[in-house]
Design a protein around this ligand. Structure first.
Ligand SMILES: Cc1cc2nc3c(=O)[nH]c(=O)nc-3n(C[C@H](O)[C@H](O)[C@H](O)COP(=O)(O)OP(=O)(O)OC[C@H]3O[C@@H](n4cnc5c(N)ncnc54)[C@H](O)[C@@H]3O)c2cc1C
Length: 459
């Protein structure tokens, strides 16, 4: 009889695991059942802002593989609108609620993949059920927001609460739809994924496209009129709103895992080993936004909910379940985004992370351009490097610039991954031609400046 693999969560991590396992083990050897509580499989949550903003016209363009594809081509039994409500490790079965048809399903497993993603942080005021308030965690969430934006009466004023990268991307999307947008952030700057001295550039670009930013402001409640949200109440007055988008961050979705007794780590995510096996629980695997992982620079366990990791981790789990050998070696915190034309990239530790991890370091910020100064389209680029003192090892990097900035972070990510010092980096053989870089690429200028800063400190 075939073994049965059950996957909980039908997006990046879960379906990567399922399809990799299927590639290695046929139907007669391994039956695969995937439970997904929403309406979609393998969708790009990352693409939601671009669909909301109108850059991507069709919702289905965000779906990499539809449930039918998994059923027909991969022989994976996808059960949509089935929410798993319990995992029973003793009986080795899951209990799922059929959200469409009603009733409960029980399904036994030999192997389980826990891939339920993350849970948005929701303060009490956001739980009131007022119409017009949206998170954007899943494609179903995105679809609900888009329906609201397109229904009459058409919303004109939007408030985005939370200035992380999702809040910033959503603010941009709403501006592109023609709404008046205010972003409320409790901290000193939006885009706290970079240090404040870099985030200030992002805030300026946001203001430049008409986004009003209110920092140091805490939301305390909502008001409604005729059953619809009408304002966001803050400790600094009320902001009129016809639609509210929440971007307050996420935490690992571990409710089911905790109830079942799976181990959780200090960051709150499910603890896994490098092959994505849940620690101490044979036959159970976990991947994606619900797990914690190793930060290769700080050496600390971290929760970094990004699609790039979810896909890789799911793939690793699936290869191993399929009988192969694969490992996930941890993360270094590389991420990119943009606000209209302004691009933002980061990798490694920010200053505050480097402090928290106990490093001695120098940090330098340089101004350069994306192309030779005389070449058409040359625009400013700011690069920040953080290097350990006295070793000179690169600990982190951030780039903000108008074009060709974000993906420049990849060169720095490779340097950091390989433990290079800023001194080594000054000699890197990076590409140069006037349309692509000044003769000294901004990355090399930053490395040279960091070497100088280290020398000054050692005197
Ligand atoms: C707006 C937005 C923009 C983003 N942009 C980027 C980006 O640019 N780059 C990047 O790397 N990452 C980005 N991300 C993050 C990325 O989308 C996530 O890291 C990735 O989707 C995580 O994949 P996952 O499979 O772990 O979880 P999810 O994609 O959250 O999938 C989990 C699935 O499990 C289902 N589920 C949950 N509980 C149950 C249950 N009890 N029973 C059945 N099903 C359940 C959910 O419905 C969901 O479909 C973005 C996310 C958002 C929301």
């Amino acid at each position: 009889m075939a073994e049965r693999l059950i996957v909980i969560g039908g997006d990046a991590a879960g379906m990567s695991a399922a399809s990799q396992a299927r590639r290695r083990r046929g139907r007669d050897d391994l039956e695969i059942v995937a439970f997904e509580r929403g309406h979609f499989t393998s969708y790009s949550a990352c693409g939601i802002p671009y669909w909301i903003g109108g850059l991507v016209p069709e919702r289905d363009q965000l779906v990499a593989r539809a449930p039918e594809t998994f059923r027909d081509e991969y022989d994976i039994d996808v059960r949509l609108q089935h929410e798993v409500t319990a995992i029973d490790l003793d009986r080795r079965e899951v209990v799922a609620r059929d959200l469409a048809g009603g009733g409960e399903v029980r399904a036994g497993f030999d192997t389980l993949v826990y891939a339920v993603g993350a849970t948005p942080r929701l303060p009490d005021w956001a739980r009131s059920g007022v119409a017009g308030v949206f998170g954007v965690q899943t494609l179903d969430d995105g679809a609900a927001l888009r329906d609201w934006l397109e229904a009459e009466p058409r919303p004109r004023r939007a408030v985005v609460v939370g200035g992380g990268y999702i809040g910033v991307e959503m603010a941009e999307a709403l501006v592109q739809r023609g709404l008046d947008v205010t972003l409320v952030e409790r901290g000193e700057q939006p885009m706290s994924t970079v240090d404040d001295d870099m985030a200030v550039l992002v805030a300026a670009a946001m203001r430049g496209v008409g986004i009003e930013i209110r920092t140091g402001v805490e939301v305390t409640g909502l008001t409604e009129q005729d059953g619809r949200v009408s304002a966001v109440v803050t400790d600094d007055g009320s902001l009129p709103a016809d639609v509210v988008v929440l971007g307050l961050g996420v935490r690992p979705n571990t409710a089911l895992a905790e109830a079942a007794g799976l181990p959780l780590g200090p960051s709150g995510g499910v603890q896994v080993d490098r092959r994505m096996r849940v620690l101490g629980v044979p036959g159970v695997w976990a991947a994606g936004d619900c797990v914690e992982t190793l930060h290769r620079v700080s050496g600390l366990p971290v929760h970094v909910p990004l699609g790039t990791h979810a896909n890789k981790q799911g793939r690793v789990a699936g290869i191993n379940i399929g009988g192969g050998y694969a490992t996930f070696p941890g993360v270094i915190g590389t991420a990119v985004t943009k606000v209209c034309e302004l691009e933002v990239g980061r990798t490694g530790l920010r200053e505050r992370d480097a402090h928290a991890a106990g490093f001695e370091f120098v940090s330098v910020v340089i101004e350069s351009t994306n192309r030779a100064g005389y070449y058409p389209g040359a625009r400013p680029m700011t690069v920040k490097l953080i290097a350990e003192r006295p070793s000179g090892r690169l600990l982190g990097a951030q780039i903000v610039g108008w074009s060709e900035a974000a993906k420049r972070i990849d060169a720095l990510a490779v340097a950091l991954w390989n433990g290079m010092t800023v001194d080594d980096m000054t000699a890197l053989d990076l590409g140069y031609a006037p349309p692509y870089a000044p003769v000294w690429d901004p990355v090399l200028v930053a490395a040279r400046t960091a070497v100088d800063a280290l020398a000054t400190h050692s005197r």
